[in-house]
Design a protein around this ligand. Structure first.
Ligand SMILES: [Fe+2]
Length: 403
């Protein structure tokens, strides 16, 4: 069962936080008496730090003046006042007065913590579920933009259609999702097959699905592939893989190999002599604090010779080999022949992209690409969720290939 914000909300509707009837200081804890006769506890230090009055400052804006060091372990509340509906007031030993929203406090006492968004996994079955959004709607209408951001959150991939072939149009639609990242190739760059190819994307060869630039400490976030000319019929079919789905397959089938990829540092590198030399040591699969997959980085073409003691190196190589086999398995690949005017948008720290080989003598293949940082996209999502789906705004989202 997916713990989507909607489900979390339903859970809360089924088990609403019980109202607070009374509060009493008991040393470092505060005893909370609940409306249903039950009891709970709060940390006194936590409650003092939760104050967001004008003197203590506001954490959302960052105009915050109270620090953890300002609240002693021995902080003590003299009394609580619950007489005003919807409000809890604490009077502290130094005379400071704090007001809290009673419902928010009851939610905290409930102890279930913030809802964690669980992504919708996919394999070759994606095509029926892939979100498709028109260029005109996304550039002009915030609600359509938000719908596409929900699809990117859920599945890590979406399709934009009817995008004009001009560079300005690529930048205009991509810029709706966040600031475009300046890269070594510029902001919006062209990928055209050419004989003096500098990167694999410019060759006509097949590419195993991969994430781009895993050799950067912070790999590109969301990638936009805008199809200008695709030479349809000559090959070059896009192969997209949900890295989270593949990781979960590994977790279920070969837990010891999955575990290695979440714990063993793997080195990815890229060097153009005298110009750039990138090297990053990171986990192929990143987990969040709850053990859920939160990001993936993998590109077989950027793997450096790995270091591990001789009794462990074969295990690591087998883990990378198993991951590669799963990525190459057509059952795990959504295959799509891009058409001019389509833009494939995907989360480069979740979705791997590749393509079949094509015949450059039959047609020129021309894609235009740009990158947007993931936190910018998620910020756009949360801001619009405040307007269009308030219940979804505060769920903890998967944060990418963070280590
Ligand atoms: Fe790539």
């Amino acid at each position: 069962m997916l713990d989507t914000p909607k489900n979390a909300q339903e859970r809360r509707a089924a088990h609403p936080a019980v109202p607070i009837r009374a509060m009493r200081a008991e040393g470092t804890r505060i005893a909370v008496e609940l409306g249903d006769g039950g009891s709970a506890e709060l940390s006194t230090r936590w409650l003092r730090l939760a104050c967001e009055c004008e003197v203590c400052g506001d954490t959302a804006s960052g105009k915050r003046w109270l620090t953890p060091a300002d609240v002693a372990k021995t902080v003590h509340a003299d009394s609580f006042d619950l007489s005003k509906p919807g409000q809890v007031t604490a009077i502290w030993q130094d005379g400071h007065v704090s007001h809290y929203d009673a419902a928010a406090l009851a939610d905290h006492v409930d102890g279930s913590g913030p809802a964690r968004f669980r992504p919708c996994l996919w394999n070759s079955d994606l095509s029926g579920r892939l979100g498709r959004f028109g260029f005109d709607a996304v550039v002009a209408d915030d609600e359509a933009l938000f719908a596409s951001l929900q699809a990117l959150r859920d599945q890590g991939i979406a399709m934009l259609t009817g995008v004009p072939a001009e560079t300005e149009a690529t930048a205009r639609v991509a810029g709706r999702y966040g600031p475009i990242r300046e890269t070594s190739y510029g902001k919006v760059f062209d990928l055209i097959s050419r004989p003096d190819a500098r990167v694999a994307g410019e060759t006509a060869r097949a590419q195993i699905p991969h994430t781009d630039e895993p050799f950067r400490y912070a790999p590109p976030g969301f990638i936009f592939f805008h199809a200008i000319r695709t030479g349809a019929g000559s090959g070059g079919t896009s192969l997209m893989v949900d890295g989270f789905q593949v990781a979960e397959l590994m977790r279920a089938r070969t837990p010891e190999l999955f575990d290695l990829l979440t714990r063993h540092g793997v080195t990815f590198h890229r060097e153009h002599e005298g110009e750039v030399f990138f090297s990053a040591e990171a986990h192929v699969i990143s987990l969040d604090v709850a053990g859920a997959v939160t990001g993936i980085r993998y590109n077989d073409r950027c793997l450096a010779p790995q270091w591990a003691p001789v009794d462990r190196i074969d295990g690591l190589i087998e883990a990378l080999a198993e991951l590669t086999r799963l990525i190459r398995d057509p059952q795990n690949q959504f295959q799509h022949q891009l058409q001019p005017g389509e833009v494939l948008v995907f989360d480069n720290q979740r979705v791997l992209h590749g393509r079949t080989e094509f015949d450059p003598s039959l047609a020129v293949r021309h894609l235009r690409s740009c990158n947007i940082d993931r936190d910018g996209v998620h910020s756009a999502f949360r801001s619009l969720a405040r307007r269009f789906a308030p219940d979804e705004a505060e769920a903890v989202l998967y944060q990418g290939a963070i280590f």
